[in-house]
Design a protein around this ligand. Structure first.
Ligand code: ADP
Length: 277
């Protein structure tokens, strides 16, 4: 496994065509002088499925940086490569060419064992379907990654996450005794429990009504702004994307555009231009 410079400063996404900045929804503050630290990056990320006539190019050379302590949304029409990019960056799938680094570690060069450790120790995941263990309590679900890693929990951090996520009085409940929104709160808390370098969230509000979804999104934004976490979220919802600092737009397996301090209207406008709905 190659360890690269973790503190390299961000470069702009090379294929961006027009970076737009909206001022109507101010992004959460970040000290002006602090240089951007890249939490995860893709360079020439290419992924093809199949071969010959049936070959599908899911990623056609993606160059993108995801900055630390920032909330980034990834959007694009269906089939544009969002899930593939997420899976390859999170070490759940392998690129055909190009490279991905997370926290300075070259994911592309990692062995299966190294990938397992990377996923366990340095990455967090939030899925649309919550993916909680039904027989465990909320607290046991939250601390499961730490238990599996046989690590001593950072109790102060767990307390902070539990309190922030508003689950203090539900910790003994099993997932079946919780609402969908509460279950997703548990899932987000679990993703944050190990203080991962980056959390990948795949349509985290896709199964939630809009009010509950808004709570989860506000929590994720809080985790980034106040707890310094890094979150990359795939979404097709312009309102969800507007909670992020930045939206990266994919089309046909490439980064086509990005938007800073997004508003729902600006996101819709960009999606229209990309041919999305
Ligand atoms: P999105 O998440 O933006 O909807 P995906 O990353 O799921 O897009 O898919 C990008 C392209 O790759 C699509 O054309 C999809 O059909 C194709 N694809 C994704 N996974 C596979 C697979 N396992 N086998 C073959 N083609 C796939």
């Amino acid at each position: 496994m190659t360890v690269l410079d973790h503190t390299s400063t961000s470069t702009s996404t090379s294929t961006s065509t027009s970076t737009s900045t909206s001022t109507s929804t101010p992004a959460p503050a970040r000290p002006a002088a602090s240089p951007a630290v890249v939490a995860a990056a893709a360079r020439g990320a290419t992924k093809t499925y199949g071969s010959g006539d049936t070959q599908v190019v899911a990623l056609a050379g993606v160059d993108v940086d995801f900055e630390a302590a920032r909330f980034t949304a990834v959007m694009g029409p269906s089939g544009s490569g969002k899930s593939t990019l997420m899976h390859c960056m999170a070490g759940l799938d392998r690129l055909s060419a190009g490279s991905v680094t997370v926290g300075g570690v070259d994911v592309t060069a990692a062995s299966e064992r190294e990938l397992t450790l990377l996923r366990r120790d340095r990455l967090g995941f939030v899925f649309q379907a919550f993916n909680l263990v039904p027989t465990l309590s909320a607290l046991e679900n939250i601390t499961l990654p730490i238990t599996l890693a046989r690590r001593r929990p950072d109790q102060a951090w767990i307390d902070t996450v539990v309190e922030t996520v508003g689950l203090t009085h539900r910790l003994g409940h099993r997932p079946g005794q919780l609402s969908g929104g509460q279950q997703q709160r548990v899932a987000v808390a679990r993703a944050l429990a190990t203080r991962p370098e980056i959390v990948f969230a795949d349509e985290p509000t896709g199964n939630l009504d809009s009010a509950t979804g808004a709570e989860i999104l506000a929590f994720m934004r809080h985790a980034v702004r106040d707890l310094g976490q890094t979150i990359v979220m795939v979404t097709h919802d312009p309102v969800a994307a507007s909670y992020a600092h930045r939206v990266v737009f994919l089309a046909d397996g490439r980064v086509r555009d990005e938007l800073l301090a997004p508003t729902p209207d600006a996101v819709i406008d960009h999606m229209r231009r990309l041919g999305g709905r």
